[in-house]
Design a protein. Structure first.
Length: 302
């Protein structure tokens, strides 16, 4: 049998000291993370199992799954869930398509790409509340907004973009798309810039058309980046709140009331904190499930 060689005592002591030092650095951050994220989530889940209605506090108490079963008969919940699906799917698809189109276009510009990248960052760094107020007061305001000025100049008339139930959802989708398309653009532009040029040169020698080069070379090579953009933008869209709240407040009526806004209104306007907490838990579960499915899907493209 081969004899095992033990490490010198000094080496083992040094390793233990390094582990203790690493733990001392890690423990405060981990504890802070638990306090600021895990504890509120646990408290949220606990509230969702209780009947907490501040307008009728004498009825408060443990409710079990009552708040969750109530959602099945709540048409406002199903409307907000449907709006969440439409809002998320529309914004993500638009961001990827517009971002990829802009990236392909800018890639053909030999000079000035640095300036375009800086300009693209500006909408991203703005707070969503600022973006919502900017669009509400300067872009989509009736009569004086930039969009209304253009539509009247084209003979299409004036519209109440945020006050019309038919146009409000389209408007908030446009707001979210405007702010976050630059993210998709920058990621895809950086990915396209790293593609090997010799592959395209070989395709040109084989007389492949521009569409064939895009379909059979570009798309497969950038697919992992596209999937990652879809994952990140989907998670953000599902949890969208500030820009919609600043622009429409979820209105008019419930025309832009996605699930996140419905949970907020239920908790802090209607003061039914128990049911609002249950809505927030459902939204969190949907976000986690969608994220898990997308990450699982991404492994096939990595």
């Amino acid at each position: 049998m081969r004899a095992t060689r033990s490490l010198p005592a000094g080496v083992g002591t040094l390793a233990r000291q390094e582990r203790r030092f690493a733990l001392a650095l890690f423990a405060p951050a981990f504890l802070l993370l638990l306090i600021t994220t895990t504890a509120p989530l646990v408290y949220l889940g606990w509230n969702s199992l209780h009947r907490i209605d501040m307008s009728m506090p004498w009825l408060s108490g443990f409710a079990g799954l009552e708040n969750y079963t109530r959602m099945g008969e709540d048409p406002r919940f199903w409307n907000s869930l449907w709006l969440t699906v439409v809002y998320t799917a529309s914004t993500v698809v638009l961001q990827v398509l517009i971002g990829l189109s802009l990236a392909l276009l800018v890639l053909q510009i030999p000079k000035g790409q640095g300036l375009l990248r800086v300009a693209a960052i500006l909408p991203i760094v703005l707070a969503p509340v600022v973006v919502g107020l900017f669009w509400r007061t300067l872009v989509l305001a009736p009569d004086v907004g930039l969009v209304d000025v253009v539509t009247r100049a084209l003979g299409l008339g004036s519209h109440n973009w945020l006050g019309d139930p038919q146009l409000a959802l389209i408007s908030v989708i446009a707001i979210h798309t405007w702010q976050w398309t630059p993210f998709a653009f920058l990621v895809l532009l950086a990915t396209l810039a790293t593609l090997p040029p010799d592959v395209y040169e070989a395709a040109r020698l084989d007389r492949a058309s521009a569409w064939q080069r895009f379909r059979y070379i570009t798309l497969p090579l950038i697919r992992p980046a596209v999937v990652m953009v879809v994952i990140l933008r989907t998670m953000t869209a599902l949890s969208a709140f500030a820009a919609i709240f600043a622009a429409t407040g979820g209105g008019p009526g419930t025309s832009t009331e996605i699930l996140n806004l419905y949970a907020y209104r239920t908790s802090f306007t209607v003061l039914n904190i128990g049911y609002g907490s249950a809505l927030a838990v459902v939204l969190m579960a949907i976000t986690l499930a969608v994220s898990w499915l997308l990450f699982k899907r991404r492994k096939g493209y990595a």
